[in-house]
Every structure is written in C-alpha cells, then in structure tokens.
Design a protein around this ligand. Structure first.
Ligand code: NAG
Length: 641
C-alpha cells in the first residue's frame, strides 16, 4: 500500500505540472477559438414544450470547403488540428438541436424521411456559407414530445415482481422483529427450518450480520485482503466515473486534447488499468483452492456431485442481484425522463435483447458487442473460471498432480496464448485515448477491448497465479515464510518492484515500439501484477506491512468489503442516470473529476447497501441453507465473498 500512496502523491504532482503546461498543439489558441465548436446542445426542455412542433435531433455535421480548390484558411486550421488522432474531429460537428428553433426552415418532422436530411443539410449549408464551408448531415436519432418507449407488460411484470419481493422482505422483517421480542423462544425458532428461512430475509438480521466482524486466527490472517478489495473497487468506480465524464459532449474538448498532447501518468493509468482486476481473480482462486485443500485434508471427497452442488450454490448466490440490475436496465431504465443524451437508452435495448446471456454467465462469448450491462463481463469470466477451477482441482487432487508444476505449466501456456493472440491482431498495449474512441465509449464496440481487456484468456493469469498462492498459503498455514530481516526485506522489495513495474515501465520504455514488444508487455503485465499482489498479501497474512497492514485491516473496511460485489454490479447505473439527466455538455477539469468520482463512490456504496441487504445476503443465506453447509466451509465462503 505504501507504494500506492506514494504514487498518489506523484500523480498529484504531475497533475499540477500539467495544469501549467500548455500542450503541444500546432495551432494557436486564437485559431482554436475560431473553429466551430465540436459539441453544441440546444435547450431540450423548452423544445419539448413545443407540443406538435417539438422535434429534437442528435446529428453529426461533416464539414467540407465549398471550393476544394481554394479552401478558406479556417478549413486548413480545422484540417490540420483534426489530423491528429489525439484530437477530436473538428470537421465533424456533434449537434443536439431543437429543429424548429435552430433550423426553422425544416418542415419534415420525421426522422426516417429522406427529406429531413436534405432540409437539415440545407440549414447547415446556410449557417456555414459565410465561412465558405458546407455541411453534410447525418442523423443519429430524433425525438418528438412524449416518451420514446411505451410501458409494456414486461415492464409491469418486472415492477410487480420487484415490489412484491420488497414487500415480502419487509413483512418478513416485521415478523422477525415481533418474534425476537421473546428471547427464549426466538432462539429455538431461529434454528428451525422455517425460522432459518425467515431470518435469511430479515433486514434486521442481515444488518447485524453485515456489521459483524468475525474473529479467530484464520480470519485475522486475511483481514487486510478485505481492505485491498475495497480500495480496488473504489479505483474501478473512479476510472469509470472519469470515463463517463469524457465519453459525452463536453464544453471544453481542449482539455482532453491537451492531455493527449502531453500524456502523463494520470491520463495513462485508466487506459491500462484493467489489469488491477487480476487481483480479484487471484483472490477468488486463492480462496477456492484453500477451501478445497482444507476439505481434502479432512478426507472429504471432491467429486462431481460436490462440484455441481458448488456451482448451483454460487449461481443462487449471484443470480438475484444480477436479475435486479439487469431487470432494471431492460425495463424501467428507458422510461426515465432523460434529457438530450437520451441515447443512453441503448443500454436498455441491449439488456432487453440479451438479458438471458447474463443469466447464463456467457455474455462475454455471445453477441459480445451488444452485451447487456457491459461491466458484468467480469462476473461471467469469474464464473467460468470457477467452474473450470473446480474440475481442475478435482483432477489435481484425485490424481495427486503436483500443484506448483501445474501452475507453472498453465502460466506458460497462458502466456504464450496471450502473447500470440495479441501479437496476431497487432493491438497496442493500452486502450486508445483518442477522443473519438472515448466519445460514446466506441472502444467497447471494437475487438481490442474484448480480446485484450475483457477476455477469458487475458485474465486467466491472475486466476492461475492465485492457485499457486492458495497452495503456498495452505502449505504454510502453521509456519511463516518471511522470517528474518533478509526475507522481510526481500518481501518489501519484491512486492514494491513487481507492482511498481506494471505502472512505471510503460512510462519509461515505449512498450508499443513494436508489435512484438506490446504483445510481450500485455502478456507480462497481469502475471507480474498478480505475482506482486500475491507476495504482498502473503506477507500481510504473516503480519508484515506495519502501518500499511493496519490501514488495510481497519475494521470498517471489512464491512465495506462485504459490499464490494454489489458496488461493482451497481456503480455504472448511477453514471448512466447522471448522463441521462444532463442537459448541457459537461465541463471537465481535475476538480470535476474529483467531484464526480467522490459522489459516484458514495452512491455506489449506498446502492450496494440496498442491494446487499435486500437481495445478496438473503440469496447467500438461501444458497447456504440449500445444501446444509458446514460451518467451516461457510467461513471460507464468507472470505471468498
Ligand atoms: C416517415 O417517413 C417514412 C419514410 O418515408 C414513412 O414510411 C413513414 O410513414 C413516415 N412516418 C410518419 C409518421 O409520417
């Protein structure tokens, strides 16, 4: 953690430095100011008041000189500045217009009618005639007064199911409350089958459980992991908050362009940051293998029946919360009265079509460019790893295969495959920071993001490394590895260097100098990061780390850590809603980034608290009750959570 803190300090230094640097654009500020604005958004609400004349369109206007032989000076400026992919295309104007006021000559209020394009093109030709430019219009979408979608039976069914469930939980909570007034009989009741079921849904009980912090040596060893989990989740929310801020029309596009002209650590990090999720994958296999090894030590068999039971249990645990979020996306999300950026409704259309892929945890393989609730790729990949992991361990434990050798073997195979896959596509090692790719998150619609960031093989390194660490952790549960000054020093240096390398190396070396080099770096980043994280956690579990460990083991973090799954699941809902409710282009600055990130983190935790109390904890308890889980397993499950 020390290094991360230090890096934050470094970030802020760079932050300040870039505030005062002017960037390396080739045109003067005055020339920049003369170019037509990239984004312009008319007042949406007054437009919608025009009743039958209410017609609001999102269009792209492609500029060109009227006389290409002798283009005006302005056109040369636009051309030159837009030629860099690090800038917005200033010859492609993004307009959200109220047609009757901005283009009063347009008579056709029908978005599919060919006349509309002609009339709008005429309108923009008139506007730019003085500047000797013409515009070709492309319609993205148009909206008249009134809602875009009608509320249908699916919407009503989801709403009724949701509200009935909430009602049920509240009734059961009240019942639990009255039952608990008689302490003696309540104790007996709680142990009965019916009692268990009731208590599982009781908010009072779940609230108590959420706040409880277990004790015992096994628990203490891995307590810092919960803290790490919380910080990692917050980091994910922040990256998405900032992304959501630059993926929409902005009033100061120059901010992003200048940032691209003089890239720094701060702007580079989000383009590569997906490797931090390796930590979660690593912990997930770490916990799984320790629990299986404990089971194995107790001579319990790990057979097909056990595997199927485990998979069903995990499915039951997750499916309810996923159903809530996906159900909301597929139905009521699109009925919220949005502003000019109503294209966020596309999120809803995706879920309406592909919700079932999320329910089967196959959305990263099926129709991936139209994935519902895109961040859930992580959940599907994790589920797939879990299933494969279970089968793998069954074979390993039965056939007594050497685990370290298996881990090395798998890592090498994965490394070769990740390298080859990246190399053959010729991707860069980072996501593009090009404004045109970030705008409307176009990069999600391209293969690179799916192949490199959200892919199955891309993330496997973390999971494989986790198997190794789980094994080492289990083997050394009664003794320490890092004893003596030398070993402790080695621990510090190793974890700092490995973790630092993943962030610092791309700053020093041009890892994208050649195709081979970038593929090599991509294939290396995740194993390096997971290895660093694993060594770091291993040391923490032995009590190393001093005040860093104390910070991570802070008790409130343990409680927040239990929410991290729901935080991940629900945080983008708030970002989608925010964009939907915006009425004008956003203004980006480091302060607004801080502001948005802080509010998104807070909202995500509040949303997660609701999801957790009402949905996740009951389904977790149900899953445990279903197969009469034993105490020890429960403990381990909790940690996995
Ligand atoms: C809009 O234009 C299309 C294409 O010309 C036509 O088929 C459709 O009927 C029009 N809609 C209305 C409401 O006039």
């Amino acid at each position: 953690m020390k290094i991360i803190k230090m890096k934050k300090y470094y970030y802020s230094l760079i932050c300040f430095a870039s505030l005062f640097s002017s960037g390396v654009s080739h045109i003067t500020d005055k020339e920049y100011g003369l170019m037509p604005e990239v984004f312009k958004v008319d007042n949406y609400d007054t437009c919608m008041l025009l009743e039958e004349k209410a017609f609001y369109c999102e269009i792209n206007v492609k500029l060109a000189p009227i006389n290409p032989e002798n283009p005006p000076k302005l056109w040369k400026i636009i051309k030159e500045y837009s030629s860099s992919e690090l800038h917005y295309r200033h010859d492609k104007l993004r307009r959200h217009i109220c047609v009757p006021t901005t283009c009063p000559n347009v008579k056709t209020y029908n978005k599919t009618h060919p006349d509309l394009i002609k009339e709008l093109t005429q309108c923009y030709n008139d506007k730019y005639r003085d500047q000797e430019l013409t515009g070709t219009v492309e319609i993205v979408d148009c909206k008249t007064a009134g809602p875009i979608y009608k509320i249908d039976t699916v919407d009503w069914s989801v709403a009724i199911a949701f509200l009935s469930y909430l009602g049920l939980v509240l009734v059961l909570t009240a019942l639990d409350y009255f039952k608990s007034s008689d302490a003696e009989s309540y104790k007996v009741f709680k142990e009965s089958k019916r009692g268990k079921l009731l208590v599982a849904f009781s908010i009072i009980n779940n609230w108590k459980k959420l706040r409880s912090i277990p004790s015992g040596p096994d628990f203490e060893r891995l307590k810092p992991v919960q803290g790490l989990r919380v910080y990692m989740s917050i980091m994910v929310v922040i990256v998405h908050a900032i992304l959501a801020q630059v993926a929409i029309p902005v009033s100061n596009p120059k901010f992003l362009e200048d940032m691209n002209d003089s890239p720094d650590l701060l702007s580079n990090f989000p383009k590569r940051a997906v490797f931090i999720l390796s930590f979660h994958f690593m912990m997930s296999s770490w916990m799984l293998i320790t629990s299986l090894l404990v089971k194995h030590d107790r001579n319990e068999i790990i057979d097909l029946k056990f595997i199927i039971k485990s998979i069903i249990k995990r499915y039951v645990r997750f499916i309810l919360t996923i159903a809530v979020v996906v159900g909301f996306y597929a139905t009521w999300l699109r009925h919220i009265p949005y502003g000019p950026f109503f294209s966020v409704c596309e999120e809803s259309d995706k879920c309406r079509k592909n919700w079932w892929a999320n329910f089967l945890f196959i959305q990263n393989h099926y129709d991936r460019y139209y994935m519902c609730h895109i961040i859930t790729w992580y959940l599907s990949v994790d589920m797939q790893y879990y299933i494969i992991g279970l089968f793998l361990f069954m074979i390993i434990l039965r056939k007594k295969i050497n685990i370290p050798v298996t881990v090395c073997f798998l890592l090498i195979i994965n490394f070769i495959f990740a390298f080859w896959d990246h190399w053959r596509h010729g991707y860069s090692s980072a996501l593009s920071g090009e404004p045109e790719e970030i705008y409307k998150v176009v990069f999600n619609k391209k293969a690179q993001w799916h192949d490199h960031f959200a892919s199955y093989h891309g993330n496997a390194a973390g999971y494989i490394v986790g198997i190794g660490f789980g094994y080492v952790y289990h083997k050394n549960k009664d003794q320490k590895i890092f004893i003596g000054l030398k070993k402790k020093l080695a621990w510090t240096i190793l974890s700092v260097c490995l973790l630092g390398a993943t962030i610092v190396v791309p700053q020093i070396i041009d890892v994208d100098a050649t195709n081979t080099l970038s593929a090599l770096w991509v294939a290396l980043t995740r194993p390096l990061f997971s290895l660093g994280m694993g060594i770091f956690v291993l040391g923490l579990s032995e009590g190393l780390g001093g005040w860093v460990k104390d910070c991570l083991s802070w008790s409130p973090l343990y409680v927040l850590g239990k929410l991290s799954y729901c935080v991940y699941l629900c945080h983008t809902v708030f970002q989608t809603l925010r964009i939907g409710f915006m009425r004008s282009p956003g203004y980006i600055s480091y302060y607004t980034m801080l502001d948005t990130s802080a509010s998104d983190v807070l909202l995500a935790f509040v949303g997660a608290l609701f999801l957790s109390l009402f949905f996740e904890m009951p389904s977790n308890e149900l899953a445990n009750n279903m197969f009469g889980t034993k105490k020890i397993e429960k403990k381990i499950e909790k940690k996995t959570n």
